[in-house]
Design a protein around this ligand. Structure first.
Ligand code: AMP
Ligand code: ZN
Length: 466
């Protein structure tokens, strides 16, 4: 399997730490609002990676966090706590907000056929793990306390910013407005807030540095190492996480352990619209529920995401979504016809297996979903038998996640209900008995009900009177 590694900026052969096993951590949602469909694109990409790793035969442990504290509206320790802000706006408690939007997030994931990660961990359930990690950093001399907050000092390590390839000289002399005057270096970041900028902060915990709450980045380091160990295989997220969040996660994790933390960094590109990056604040706030209200199936959106490579920007428009819907419906229709004709082959032919292998190798080549979809379309057009086709389609859908196995077999639409067909039979009997008056009465009755009865060589049929 090959994966693009943001750290090396190259596509690399994937070699796990433990043969046959994969440990993977994906930054999860901040649960202060509904996910927008851009956020969901990132989780669909991670789901494709999850399914492809399983297909490649790995024993996968996939961990995802739920950020329910510490994520400020600005990534660089500026702004206010996203959940706190939402709580003030709505009058609901931060806990209610977190619970509500966590449930909404998982409902979206289910609708999109996203497989649940093996471990889902909430930041607020892991405060002690974060405190322990900060203590470790403190013991190793990587922290300082200023203005009541505990900071990570990036000048105590020599490779800060390696993931984003940040030029630190530019950063120091740059015109970036720094809001936190407690910082020794503008790029230092908060590990623990005690002197909160927000006096009414609802979520606080006791710590060796006073009552307060953790910075955003420390949660991912603490929870990933708790569940996956101090070195693991893959870390994922959206590309916006590279310059600050993932950069800081690496700094503190490697400073704490003294060795490499993650081997492969995989990032999904943005969903964009005509105004740029899709976000909650610009343009229409596009949620999956909104798409459903507009009559789309969530799997139309999943198909739309499959049609672009995860490392390319994907431009959203309703027109493009309509194309995705038409394409998905076309596949569903073909599958329905195939299901009416045959059952999937238990032992697919060599030809069918070739399509399956082509599909898998497209996915195993840095998740080339558009190429994998084109293999599916070639298969649908191919002359191989319906049962072989179905077997190959189901195999592919194990990764595509378009729920094709539950498509109902195609049935010719039955015209007329039981009562109408009883009348058709009575009419046939009347005609046989030369009771033409009764036969005509029935014809008139059926017409009143909206049907025309026609006699054909294979017997009477009903047609709708349109
Ligand atoms: P958040 O809930 O804001 O922490 O974001 C959840 C995930 O969505 C993160 O991995 C972000 O990088 C990602 N994300 C945010 N905006 C977009 C977008 N427009 N397209 C794709 N992914 C995004
Ligand atoms: Zn994270």
């Amino acid at each position: 399997m090959k994966l693009y590694n943001t750290m090396s900026r190259r596509i690399e052969e994937f070699v796990p730490i433990v043969p046959g096993k994969v440990s993977m951590y994906c930054c999860g949602p901040t649960v202060y609002n509904y996910a927008h469909i851009g956020n969901l694109r990132t989780y669909i990409f991670e789901d494709l990676l999850h399914r492809t790793l399983i297909r490649a035969g790995y024993d996968l442990c996939h961990v995802m966090n739920i950020t329910d504290v510490g994520h400020l509206t600005g990534d660089g320790d500026d702004g206010e706590d996203k959940l706190g802000k939402r709580s003030r706006e709505t009058g609901k408690s931060v806990w209610e907000i977190a619970d509500f939007y966590t449930k909404a997030f998982f409902a979206d994931e289910k609708d999109l056929d996203i497989i649940r990660p093996d471990i889902i961990c909430k930041a607020t359930d892991h405060i002690q793990d974060m405190i322990d990690l900060i203590k470790r950093l403190e013991d190793r001399g990587h922290t300082y306390t200023s203005g009541g907050n505990v900071y990570f000092s990036i000048d105590t390590i020599d490779d800060y910013g390696k993931l984003a390839r940040l030029n630190l000289d530019d950063l120091k002399s740059g015109a970036r407005i720094e809001v936190d005057s407690n910082k020794r270096n503008p790029k230092d970041f908060v590990l623990w807030f005690t002197n909160s900028k927000f006096k009414d902060q609802a979520m606080t915990w006791d710590s060796p540095w006073g009552r307060g709450y953790p910075g955003w980045h420390i949660e991912c380091s603490a929870m990933s190492m708790k569940y996956l160990g101090e070195q693991f295989d893959i870390h994922c997220g959206g590309i916006d996480a590279i310059p600050v969040h993932h950069t800081n996660e690496i700094a503190q994790s490697e400073a704490a352990t003294g060795h490499t933390w993650v081997n492969y960094w995989c990032h999904g590109e943005f969903l964009v619209n005509d105004k740029g990056k899709m976000s909650k604040s610009t343009g229409e706030f596009l949620t999956l529920s909104l798409l459903k209200e507009k009559g789309y199936d969530p799997l139309d959106y999943r198909y739309f995401c499959l049609s672009g490579h995860y490392r390319s920007q994907l431009m959203f428009s309703y027109e493009a979504l309509d194309h995705a819907r038409a394409a998905r419906k076309g596949i569903v229709q073909k599958v329905a016809e195939l299901k009416a004709a045959a059952a999937p082959a238990a032992e697919p032919s060599e030809e069918a297996r070739k399509y399956m292998a082509d599909f898998d190798s497209a996915m195993e080549n840095d998740l080339s979903a558009p190429q994998a979809l084109s293999v599916l379309h070639l298969l649908l057009k191919s002359p191989i038998s319906p049962s072989d086709k179905l077997a190959a389609i189901y195999h592919m859908d194990g990764i595509l996640g378009l729920d094709l196995e539950s498509v109902e077999p195609y049935k010719e639409e039955k015209i007329g209900g039981d009562e109408e067909w009883a009348l058709v039979e009575e009419r046939a009997k009347a005609k046989k008995e030369r009771n033409y008056q009764r036969a005509d009465e029935i014809r008139a009755e059926l017409l009143k009900r909206g049907y025309i009865v026609k006699d054909t060589p294979s017997g009477p049929v009903l047609e709708k009177n349109v």
